[in-house]
Design a protein around this ligand. Structure first.
Ligand code: F6P
Length: 348
């Protein structure tokens, strides 16, 4: 049995733990593993190499992915799709183990429908993939953001400033809510709950009235304005670039700056913005992500052993289960508004 392993989409702490676990478990069954370089691009280019014990030694704690990644959509151009199928044959790949988020696993589902034997492993720091309680990488991103919020607290307090911290989260505010709750944010803004700048400023003014001369506002990059139109045409997003990736996603970033300026205007308090950006995706995974990634990797090879293709390993409670890939990619998993209500208790 020859398994091709692919890591696609944005990189994510814990990817190497997954790759290591897949290869180690595969060796238990005498299966061969091949690393596909740079996401789906490697399957189009034929950039594929054998993965043995040596290739995965010493990578458990390392961030990023030893295989490289990209946002290539191999089904966008007929020629790429033809090359992909040609390479599957040429390299004798019997099964693909796809480690990715909505886009990578969306391609995996389509390939499954076209007859490719495939299993999925859920990855994204955004935690917005359906059919799993958590994706690996999220815990690391939350801890990085929480630590940043802790650090920003002390400087905000020393200077009597408001600091707006922008975190990742294109469509879902999981990182903002978890990091904001853990870091004691005074306001948290997420895509699922459009906000009003006067309301946000009201929370900050209320803090100052009760003697707190600093505030921390955590905002997801994809947060939407309720009433104002400070941004792009539909008044909902602040784009850092108009270019789209191969899956049609625009590049977000910069809403923190807009909100900071507006808060300063409305409250008169000195306000600064900090955009955490890719810092949230870099560096070593937490213990939680290493363990979750390892469990996912081992379980994915067991799915292959059992010929359960077109399925994704998932975390339900504390159990690793498997679900149809289609359930994971149908729609995104948005923040539970009950959780947001808990965060709201601490606003202002
Ligand atoms: O992969 C998820 C994510 O980190 C999003 O939170 C963010 O919007 C996007 O990727 C950034 O993508 P890129 O690395 O291509 O700029």
């Amino acid at each position: 049995m020859n398994i091709g392993i692919i890591t696609g989409g944005g990189d994510c702490p814990g990817l190497n733990a997954v790759i290591r676990a897949v290869v180690r478990r595969a060796l238990n069954y005498n299966y061969n593993c091949f690393g596909i370089r740079n996401g789906w691009k490697g399957l189009v280019d034929g950039s594929i190499e054998i993965l043995d014990l040596n290739s995965i030694s010493g990578i458990l704690h390392r961030g990023g992915t030893i295989l490289g990644t990209s946002r290539t959509n191999p089904l966008k151009r007929e020629e790429d799709e033809r090359l992909l199928f040609e390479n599957l044959k040429k390299f004798n790949l019997d099964v693909i183990c796809a480690i990715g988020g909505e886009d990578t696993l969306g391609v995996a589902q389509k390939l499954h429908e076209k007859g490719v034997k495939i299993v999925g492993i859920p990855k994204t720091i955004d935690n917005d993939l359906n059919a799993t309680d958590f994706t690996f990488g999220f815990d690391t991103a939350v801890n990085i953001a929480m630590e940043a919020i802790d650090r920003l607290h002390t400087t905000a307090e020393s200077h009597n400033r408001v600091i707006v911290v922008e975190v990742m989260g294109r469509h879902a505010g999981w990182i903002a809510v978890y990091a904001g709750l853990a870091g004691g944010a005074d306001v948290i803004l997420i895509p699922e709950k459009p906000f009003d700048l006067d309301e946000v400023s009201g929370y900050i003014k209320a803090r100052h009235i009760r003697g707190k001369n600093f505030s921390i506002v955590v905002v997801s990059e994809g947060a939407k304005l309720k009433t104002e139109n400070l941004a792009d045409k539909d008044g909902s997003l602040v784009l850092s670039s108009l270019s789209k990736d191969e899956f049609g996603h625009v590049r977000l970033g910069g809403i923190g700056n807009v909100i900071a300026q507006e808060i300063e205007k409305r409250t008169g308090f000195e306000t600064r913005a900090v955009i955490l950006g890719h810092i949230q995706r870099g560096g070593s995974p937490t213990a939680y992500d290493r363990v979750l990634g390892t469990r996912f990797g081992v379980a994915a090879v067991d799915l292959i052993r059992d010929s359960k293709f077109g399925r994704m390993v998932a975390l339900h409670g504390n159990e690793i289960v498997d679900v149809p890939l289609i359930e994971a990619v149908g729609e995104l998993k948005l923040v539970d508004l009950k959780l947001y209500e808990v965060a709201e208790v601490f606003f202002g």
